[in-house]
Design a protein around this ligand. Structure first.
Ligand code: FAD
Length: 122
């Protein structure tokens, strides 16, 4: 089992885990993996150098909730369920459905997944 902040295994400190398989109390999303990855890499290097893991993951996750055609509620939050806005629409009220979030999910992330990731280009 890994520590939910350092992502380092509690018993075997030479093991790091992230993503859906990590077993930490966050939402299983690619958005969470995006935040976990640099922390996992940094802490693994710390451990390999004989140091304590120095970076902490705050539980960031992002759940794009489609509310109708043309609108998405982009819920970004941390372990404490506090808002943790990272996308550039932070100037908008993200507690409301947004057309910009729909465009992100429908027009950008969807083709990125189907044409980019599934074909192994990214
Ligand atoms: C329908 C659906 C919609 C989603 N929508 C969103 C979304 O809008 N936004 C978002 O952020 N997240 C979304 N997610 C979640 C997101 O897809 C996952 O959280 C993310 O893919 C997890 O990445 P991962 O690398 O941890 O695991 P995975 O992407 O599952 O990668 C694990 C890989 O390991 C491989 N594997 C398994 N067993 C073995 C083995 N024994 N040997 C070798 N390889 C193995 C698998 O084939 C797979 O390629 C969605 C998930 C689903 C199912």
């Amino acid at each position: 089992m890994v520590d939910q902040e350092t992502l380092i295994h509690k018993t075997y400190p030479n093991i790091v885990s992230l993503g859906d398989v990590a077993g930490i109390p966050t939402s299983k999303t690619s958005a969470a993996v995006r935040k976990q990855l640099p922390i996992a890499v940094h802490n693994l290097i710390d451990v390999m150098k004989g140091n304590e893991p120095s970076k902490k993951y705050n539980g960031y996750a992002c759940c794009p909730i489609v509310t109708d055609y043309g609108h998405v509620l982009l819920a970004e939050f941390d372990y404490n369920k506090d808002p943790d806005i990272t996308f550039p629409f932070s100037l908008l009220d993200m507690s409301k459905e947004q057309r910009a979030a729909w465009m992100l999910k429908h027009d950008f992330l969807k083709p990125m997944f189907f044409y980019g990731m599934l074909n192994g280009w990214m």
